[in-house]
Design a binder for this molecule. Structure first.
Ligand SMILES: Cc1cc2nc3c(=O)[nH]c(=O)nc-3n(C[C@H](O)[C@H](O)[C@H](O)COP(=O)(O)O)c2cc1C
Length: 199
């Protein structure tokens, strides 16, 4: 698929048919992590793929269903999740190596690049899912649920959960499409978002 087509098609889909996603397809989607950019090639991104039916059920139970009866089932219909994780320690390790030290010190980070790189990786997962003819939806793990996600999925302390992505064959989600931020918020004009030469 042409990149422009992929970008046009990409939107968060929060409802899936019951169809399973083949392992090989998921493998191709998550293999893109190796093509993601990372500061100093620190490669702090990690992806955790959840396709075990028992764990998927547990994740759906953890997230709880929306109270709104007009919303299609999101987690209960998702045949796979990819959790985007980051290991901040990889960045400190890398930037404490000889070729990266500045006057013997680790650089002062302008922004936490471990989250920047996780975002770039998240985008690769979304675009590759679309390229595979699938749909995907991003969710944040609420702070109060972080410990439960970690315990369920055995995520160690040195990895931070940045976001989760549900992946599957898209089913109609008119309920969600009508009420999510994309529907309620005006899309900003290009002029608001992009300027040239000086701000
Ligand atoms: C980091 C991140 C976290 C998000 N968390 C949620 C979420 O918890 N629940 C949800 O319904 N959508 C979530 N979204 C999806 C956004 O609402 C969505 O990207 C935005 O409304 C634009 O819609 P589109 O991606 O379909 O173009 C998240 C997106 C990102 C990038």
């Amino acid at each position: 698929m042409d990149l422009r087509d992929i970008l046009r098609r990409r939107r968060m889909v929060r409802h899936y048919t019951g169809e399973a996603v083949p392992r090989e397809t998921l493998e191709r989607i998550v293999a893109t992590v190796r093509r993601a950019p990372s500061a100093g090639f620190s490669q702090g991104q990690r992806l955790l793929v959840v396709d075990d039916p028992g764990l998927l059920t547990d994740l759906a139970a953890l997230a709880g269903g929306p109270d709104d009866p007009d919303l299609e089932p999101w987690f209960p219909s998702a045949p796979a999740h990819v959790l985007v994780l980051t290991r901040e320690g990889d960045y400190h390790d890398r930037y404490q190596s000889e070729d990266k030290l500045r006057e013997g010190e680790e650089v002062e980070w302008p922004v936490p690049f471990w989250y920047v790189d996780a975002g770039a990786t998240l985008m690769l997962v979304l675009l590759t899912a679309v390229d595979e003819g699938l749909s995907a939806g991003v969710y944040g793990v609420p702070v109060e649920q972080d410990a439960a996600f970690r315990a369920l999925l055995g995520i160690p302390d040195d990895l931070r959960i940045v976001a989760g992505v549900t992946i599957g064959r898209g089913a109609p989600d008119p309920g969600w499409s009508g009420k999510t931020s994309r529907a309620t918020q005006r899309r900003r004009s290009l002029d608001e978002l992009v300027r040239w030469n000086t701000w």
